[in-house]
Design a protein around this ligand. Structure first.
Ligand SMILES: C[S@@+](CC[C@H](N)C(=O)[O-])C[C@H]1O[C@@H](n2cnc3c(N)ncnc32)[C@H](O)[C@@H]1O
Length: 298
């Protein structure tokens, strides 16, 4: 299934694109946003696409290089972490940046195709890493972390009110048998929560799966490190547009943007985050929780 880019028109407009600009997409995925960016900045522009997932980066690079073969020399692709963007820029002797987009989190590829246990609706080995070359897997985490640590993670990064019950059930279950698949974990979670919660509109495993994914991929640590350093690489009038999908990320983006404003480093473009239109909401469920915030560096 193709990943449908969220807030596409709004994000493209927010970047203030024109031919000749140097734009970075730090979360390239299938290039839903990248395609529109490249069309607007060529000829004369430069584009850097980064993705932590090697499989995704390789596929996207070959598709985009084919589609925009006439500009191939100005398209740069790197498998890496957006938190290291300033290093990637200096290694490749690239100029100051006119615009960066981050569209955070995972993509349809991870759910539908990766077979890494991102979905509670599929029976796959519990891995959940974007970067397959390092870090610990979701299976190592649920089978190895203490009950307290699991409960804290599920509470903090999933904002799951039944975090303690869920952590207890995980630990009880793993004593009998190692938890290996996404479906096994989803079943343990389902059986640990009250009946009304089991019957609610969203799957009771949703928040726990989110918490595990965020922790395994250090999603908040990456965002924090990126925001701490981004001002150094931005050009005068450069725009930074970030789409987030849950309140913890959005809060972090909002707080950093407010401090940029206070320090006189950047101005905030929209006071309130941009959210999806009714039309987009009806055609793409993922857009429901998307929030776009934009700043312009001075
Ligand atoms: C929501 S998708 C981006 C979708 C993209 N804008 C599009 O329209 O196709 C997020 C992507 O970011 C990647 N990703 C997640 N964390 C990352 C990180 N720290 N550095 C680089 N890429 C990351 C994921 O592998 C995924 O491909």
């Amino acid at each position: 299934m193709q990943h449908i880019p969220v807030l596409l028109k709004e994000t493209i407009e927010s970047l203030n694109l024109s031919p000749g600009k140097f734009i970075v997409d730090g979360t390239l995925n299938g290039g839903g946003h990248a395609r529109e960016i490249i069309k607007e900045i060529m000829p004369g522009g430069k584009f850097l696409g980064i993705d932590l997932d090697d499989e995704i980066l390789t596929n996207s690079q070959s598709e985009l290089e084919k589609e925009f073969h006439q500009f191939r020399g100005d398209l740069i692709f790197r498998n890496g972490n957006y938190k290291d963007v300033s290093q990637i820029i200096s290694e490749n002797k690239l100029p100051k940046v006119d615009g960066i987009i981050l569209d955070l989190g995972f993509s349809s590829f991870h759910i539908e195709e990766s077979q890494r246990g991102f979905s509670f609706n599929r029976d796959e080995l519990l891995d959940m890493r974007y970067d397959q070359s390092s870090g610990i897997t979701a299976s190592q985490m649920v089978n190895g972390f203490s009950e307290k640590d699991l409960a804290d993670i599920i509470w903090e990064f999933g904002e799951e009110r039944f975090s303690r019950r869920i952590a207890k059930a995980i630990v009880t279950s793993r004593r009998k048998k190692k938890i290996s698949t996404s479906m096994e974990l989803a079943e343990i979670i389902k059986n640990s929560v009250p009946l009304f919660y089991r019957r609610s509109r969203i799957n009771p495993a949703t928040k726990t799966f989110q918490a595990l994914r965020i922790t395994i991929n250090d999603e908040l640590g990456n965002l924090d490190m990126f925001l701490k350093n981004v001002a150094k690489i931005m050009n005068h009038n450069g725009r930074l547009s970030i789409i987030s999908f849950h309140s913890i990320e959005d809060r972090m983006v909002k707080n950093y943007f407010n401090s940029f404003k206070k320090e006189g480093v950047a101005k905030i473009i929209f006071k309130k985050p941009v959210i999806a239109s009714d039309q987009e909401l009806s055609s793409n469920a993922k857009s429901r929780s998307a929030k776009l915030r934009v700043v312009e560096f001075l």
